[in-house]
Ligand binder design. Structure first.
Ligand SMILES: Nc1ncnc2c1ncn2[C@@H]1O[C@H](COP(=O)(O)OP(=O)(O)OP(=O)(O)O)[C@@H](O)[C@H]1O
Ligand SMILES: [Mg+2]
Length: 243
């Protein structure tokens, strides 16, 4: 069953200048897919546009079969698509608990406290210090709080933009262990990453985006060899998506 699909998708900041230039792919329920590609390829633009934060300029996005093209971000969280942007994904001046409380406002009132407890159980680092300011968390813990905020509504699909950015190798390991647990709990993951090794360890399938177009879509096994990935990043296409 398809969890999320995009078809002929175009997106960008200027209607005359699409950054994402006609991308099509489908993510199956329960899959973990990574989106790789060189800097400036349009990876963030692609997932922000799917998440309703950048204008869709053409094509279609479906979530569990429903058309969600152009639906704004706050409405998508309710409809089952969680999104963790790369930056500004928590409120540093509020406590950990307050960060979760704000996110829980998307959930029915009677379920809020239970959902917050569930997140504390899923992310034990947060449970240790619920009343500390989020700004005092380590980079990795901040990413966990950001993920907890996005998971509060129990979305079947979670998209994350570079959760490992700026983290030490040890913290990258912790964040990916956490994401593996989230995936094991049944959440479909779409993960934009620069840290190719970490991403290929978690995802079973990779999409490679080069200059706003899909250069590759296939199992991660085929990309463990860095020469193949290097060639793709330089603009070579694999046969399946060649035009
Ligand atoms: N807010 C914006 N307004 C206008 N252009 C933008 C904006 N954000 C990004 N761009 C442009 O869109 C293109 C793709 O950027 P994007 O951030 O999507 O790439 P990326 O693949 O995520 O790169 P990185 O790996 O560096 O994060 C770039 O040319 C960039 O300059
Ligand atoms: Mg980016």
């Amino acid at each position: 069953m398809t969890a999320l699909a995009v078809k002929g998708f175009q997106a960008g900041y200027d209607p005359d200048l699409p950054i994402v230039k006609g991308v099509s792919f489908a993510v199956k329920k329960g899959e973990a897919v990574t989106v790789l590609g060189p800097n400036g390829a349009g990876k963030s633009t692609l997932i922000k546009a799917i998440a309703g934060q950048v204008a869709c300029l053409g094509g279609q996005v479906t979530l569990g079969g429903d058309d969600i093209t152009g639906v704004p971000s706050y409405a998508l969280a309710k409809r089952g698509l969680g999104f963790v942007p790369q930056t500004e994904n928590i409120f540093a001046q509020l406590t950990i608990r307050e960060n979760l409380q704000i996110a829980s406002e998307l959930v029915e009132k009677r379920r809020r406290a239970g959902q917050i407890d569930k997140m504390f159980d899923m992310f034990p680092d947060l449970k240790l210090r619920p009343n500390d300011l989020a700004g005092t968390l380590s980079g990795g813990q901040r990413q966990m709080l950001a993920a907890a905020r996005a998971l509060l509504t129990d979305p079947p699909v979670l998209m994350l933009d570079e959760p490992s950015a700026g983290l030490s190798p040890k913290l990258v390991g912790q964040v990916f262990e956490t994401l593996a647990r989230v995936h094991a709990a049944g959440v479909t993951l779409i993960l934009v990453e620069q840290n190719v090794r970490a991403a290929l360890g978690l995802a079973s399938r990779a999409l490679v985006l080069v200059d706003g177009e899909l250069a590759h879509d296939g199992p991660t096994d085929a990309l463990q060899d860095s020469t193949t990935l290097g060639r793709l990043f330089l603009g070579n296409r694999t046969r399946e998506v060649a035009r």
